[in-house]
Design a protein around this ligand. Structure first.
Ligand code: IPE
Ligand code: IPE
Ligand code: MG
Ligand code: MG
Ligand code: MG
Length: 317
């Protein structure tokens, strides 16, 4: 095993517990901190493997993806694959693809035409650092890179690889985060109902969480009936996550989040429509559903269940 300290790109000290993983004949307990560092190292290799491309593009992509995010979604992919029996890192590249998609969604969300944000992950947003032109093109490149990575994974049967590409395509597309972002930007009108706002959050945030978990299950060849509760736990986690993010946005916790706050001022959100107490009630309902689905896949006492609790503790409103 490589030196854990040397691999640590960021401080994941508060990640919970450890997981049993065997790889190349080596078996032992790897900490979730270690797995997060493995994700960072692989992301670094994937991003900097494009040696022929313009330096500014590689720099902008690396700046966005390798910045100290929490890596919640790729960890969910890996831990879901472990939950269904993998004892290696076969899901690692899919996990990295999820993080690439997420990073692309963030840098686009921050653009002047969208949320016009100044700070992300504790540093100036990508368009402020590299210009809007390069930022937009970095987002497009990152999305395409993610699909190339998934299509090239070794050791996964071709039908499963095709299913993964389809899964990510749906998560990104018109009924996923792009559709959700358009609803967010263009159809948030005064008087919008709670169910429409729930749908918006489900698309812009829940869809990628759900795909992250389902990807881990597909890589591990989980039984088909398990895919529904897998999607459900992650979708409800994503819903809870976004509602909490909206509450925090209003509460101006920039120090805590490393990004701009008050971006939703004047826009209806579940927090503004329901009020903070109503939003908290809905948050708790999502959390209950999420935990039920975690139990349905037998993960309540497993590393995946512990990690879901960790994600929830990040956004405990
Ligand atoms: C931010 O997600 C975007 C939302 C869905 C609210 P994260 O809070 O997971 O962002 P990073 O990856 O840690 O920066
Ligand atoms: C957007 O929601 C979530 C994405 C799909 C990027 P927000 O606009 O609230 O996300 P933050 O608060 O900027 O991270
Ligand atoms: Mg936004
Ligand atoms: Mg935003
Ligand atoms: Mg927000």
């Amino acid at each position: 095993m490589a030196d854990e300290a040397a691999m640590k790109a960021h401080d994941y000290a508060d990640y919970p517990g450890s997981v049993s993983v065997e790889s190349d004949g080596v078996s032992g307990r790897w900490s979730t901190q270690y797995l997060a560092a493995v994700i960072d190292r692989r992301l670094h290799a994937l991003v900097h493997g494009q040696e022929q491309s313009p330096q500014v593009l590689r720099s902008a992509i690396g700046y966005s993806v390798l910045a100290p995010g929490k890596r919640l979604r790729p960890m969910i992919t890996l831990l879901t694959s472990f939950q269904f029996g993998r004892r290696d890192l076969l899901a690692l590249d899919c996990a990295c693809a999820v993080e690439m998609i997420h990073a692309a969604s963030l840098l686009m969300d921050d653009l002047p035409a969208m949320d016009n944000a100044k700070m992300r992950r504790g540093q100036p947003t990508t368009h402020r650092k590299f210009g809007e032109d390069v930022a937009v093109l970095s987002g497009v490149a990152l999305l395409n890179m993610a699909f190339g990575v998934v299509a090239s994974v070794d050791g996964i049967p071709a039908p499963a690889r095709a299913a993964l590409v389809r899964l990510f395509s749906n998560a990104v597309g018109c009924n996923g985060l792009v559709g959700g972002q358009v609803m967010d930007l263009r159809t948030r009108f005064a008087g919008i109902g709670v169910s429409e706002l729930e749908r918006l959050n489900e698309c812009k945030t829940g869809a990628l969480f759900a795909a992250a978990a389902e990807a881990g299950a597909i890589v591990a060849a989980a039984p088909d009936p398990m895919l529904e509760p897998v999607r459900r736990f992650a979708l409800d986690l994503g819903r809870a996550f976004q509602i909490a993010d909206d509450v925090l946005d209003g509460a101006a916790h920039a120090g805590r989040t490393g990004k701009d706050t008050g971006k939703d001022n004047g826009k209806p959100t579940l927090a503004s429509v329901l009020g903070n107490d109503g939003a908290r009630q809905l948050y708790r309902a999502y959390v209950v559903n999420c935990r039920q689905a975690v139990a349905a896949i037998g993960a309540a006492d497993a590393p995946l269940g512990a990690f879901v609790e960790h994600c929830l503790s990040q956004v405990d409103v």
